[in-house]
Design a protein around this ligand. Structure first.
Ligand SMILES: [Ca+2]
Ligand SMILES: [Ca+2]
Ligand SMILES: [Ca+2]
Ligand SMILES: [Ca+2]
Length: 506
């Protein structure tokens, strides 16, 4: 074999080796590009742009963006410009490498509205866009709504709070002079339907009274926590039982599993009690009365969105007698009977643990007259009576404190003995705005969140509320009937139940 021939053989072998190597290279598939960081749908306001910045994994040779079938760009990022007329666009991004094409289809809708999403019975915070900065003439308004059961509450120029009872679309307008933004809010149903009834009890402390330790029942070993849980067991849901708030100041704090929307012009919720009208009141043309034991209402919404009434501000529902009883139809009769008709807005009263729990009253007495010592911040003091009908302790037995202090509004005394013989007590109703003041089915047991005022007495514009506190507003002993004590039972979101009660304008 000559050297020339040997060389040719070597060369042929080398070529075979190289080609086989090359063949192996071509056969090993390259991983396809993976496109991430893009939604499948976008909404863009007309005359604005949307910068799409996908991330692409694995090697890429080239990228193509196709807009409605036309090549639009070849770079990694794509800036979509929405023209002046609303429309819909089909955008496809394709990423190529050797032997692979990855693609993602994106639908873009353009319109005149800024788009917001929320769910029913939830407060959405809306912010005016940048261009309104430093404008103090910003106006918010609703242009159209799927349902009239919504609330738009403007807190200041830059922000507004929106909440709706029903799913659907709501068109809003923000403007300041020539500057205009239009907003489209899409309200969806939440995954779990809200309950129209009380969902949680956070706090419960009745003041001493004749039904305390019975409604709910105290048993040996109960603590503050277990009694709050018992109140919850009674009040939560449609089949609620009645609990007592005891004497003046006793309270309960409840919550719903959603925001009760403050619909304009309508009452929004009610808390049941056991008020009823007298059927044999001897007073001619008497106003509504019987067993009316008004509980004062405080409301709050969950501003810090943690599900608890903690740092959220409480607002007073301004019931008809929260500042004065002079406009109540029974006022002059109460003055005539020398009732204490003052309204004391910053009242404080302390009840002292009784020294003994005598089982029964001395013969000829309506009760034990020096039972529970009370003192107040008006320089007053005296004793609460233990009557002959209820012999258990009236002092919350689970409380270790020897003195319990309550704060709030003390309403005018509404109980009048009408028989002249000390046997027929009529507890008259205040006109509106309380719990256990009108029968549950009566419109005047309905509460409008727009009656809320802040601690300075100013009306507030609340979008809705999550929490309700009720405390007994009356401090009055009514002979054999015993002390006025608010009862609390089922709570209702009137909108979720389809109940429409017009408000009373204050
Ligand atoms: Ca309302
Ligand atoms: Ca009652
Ligand atoms: Ca909270
Ligand atoms: Ca009562």
């Amino acid at each position: 074999m000559n050297t020339r021939f040997k060389f040719l053989i070597y060369l042929a072998c080398a070529l075979v080796l190289i080609s086989s190597c090359k063949k192996e290279d071509a056969e090993r598939p390259e991983p396809a590009p993976a496109i991430a960081g893009l939604e499948s749908e976008y909404y863009v306001v007309i005359k604005t742009s949307l910068l799409l910045k996908p991330t692409i994994e694995n090697r890429v040779d080239s990228i193509v963006w196709m807009l409605n079938g036309q090549r639009a760009a070849n770079a990694l990022q794509y800036n979509f410009q929405a023209p002046a007329d609303p429309g819909t666009y089909n955008l496809i991004i394709m990423a190529y490498n050797k032997g692979n094409i990855a693609q993602k289809v994106i639908k873009i809708t353009t319109g005149r509205y800024l788009n917001w999403q929320t769910t029913t019975n939830k407060i959405l915070t809306l912010e005016a866009s940048q261009k309104f900065t430093n404008r103090n003439d910003v106006k918010w308004e609703v242009l159209s709504a799927s349902s009239e059961l919504y609330r738009l509450s403007v807190s200041n120029a830059a922000t507004a709070l929106f909440t709706a009872v029903n799913k659907g679309t709501y068109h809003l307008k923000v403007s300041a002079g020539d500057l205009v933004d239009t907003l489209l809010i899409t309200v969806r149903q939440p995954d779990r339907a809200p309950s129209p009834y009380i969902a949680k009890v956070f706090d419960y402390l009745p003041a001493p009274g004749q039904f305390v330790n019975e409604l709910p029942q105290y048993v040996e070993g109960d603590t503050y926590e277990t009694m709050v849980a018992k109140a919850g067991k009674d009040l939560i849901g449609a089949d609620a039982n009645t609990i007592t708030l005891g004497g003046w100041g006793g309270y309960v704090v409840m919550g719903f599993d959603h925001t009760i929307v403050n619909v304009s012009g309508r009452r929004d919720f009610r808390i049941h009690g056991n008020a009823f009208g007298a059927n044999a009141n001897p007073r001619p043309n008497a106003p509504f009365g019987g067993s009316c034991e008004p509980g004062i209402i405080m409301v709050a919404y969950d501003k810090n969105k943690n599900g608890k009434p903690d740092e959220d501000e409480w607002y007073e529902i301004k019931g008809s007698g929260n500042f004065t009883a002079e406009n109540e139809p029974w006022y002059s009769a109460a003055v005539q009977r020398k009732n204490d008709t003052r309204t004391i807005r910053n009242y404080e009263m302390s009840y002292h643990r009784p020294k003994t729990e005598a089982a029964s009253a001395p013969a000829g007495h309506i009760g034990i007259s020096d039972y529970i010592l009370w003192t107040d911040n008006q320089g007053g003091q005296g004793y609460k009576i233990k009557n002959t009908y209820h012999s258990q302790s009236y002092y919350p037995a689970w409380m270790k404190d020897n003195k319990l202090t309550y704060k709030g509004i003390r309403l005018a005394s509404n109980g009048i003995e009408e028989s002249g013989q000390g046997s027929y007590f009529v507890l008259y109703a205040f006109r509106y705005g309380y719990v256990d003041n009108y029968p549950n089915a009566h419109d005047n047991s309905g509460i409008d969140i727009d009656w809320a005022i802040d601690k300075n007495g100013n009306k507030v514009n609340l979008p809705g509320i999550d929490f309700i506190k009720v405390y007994n507003g009356i401090d009055q002993e009514n002979g054999w009937l015993g002390e006025a004590s608010t009862e609390v039972s089922r709570g209702e979101d009137l909108h979720l139940l389809g109940t429409n009660i017009a408000t009373i304008n204050q």
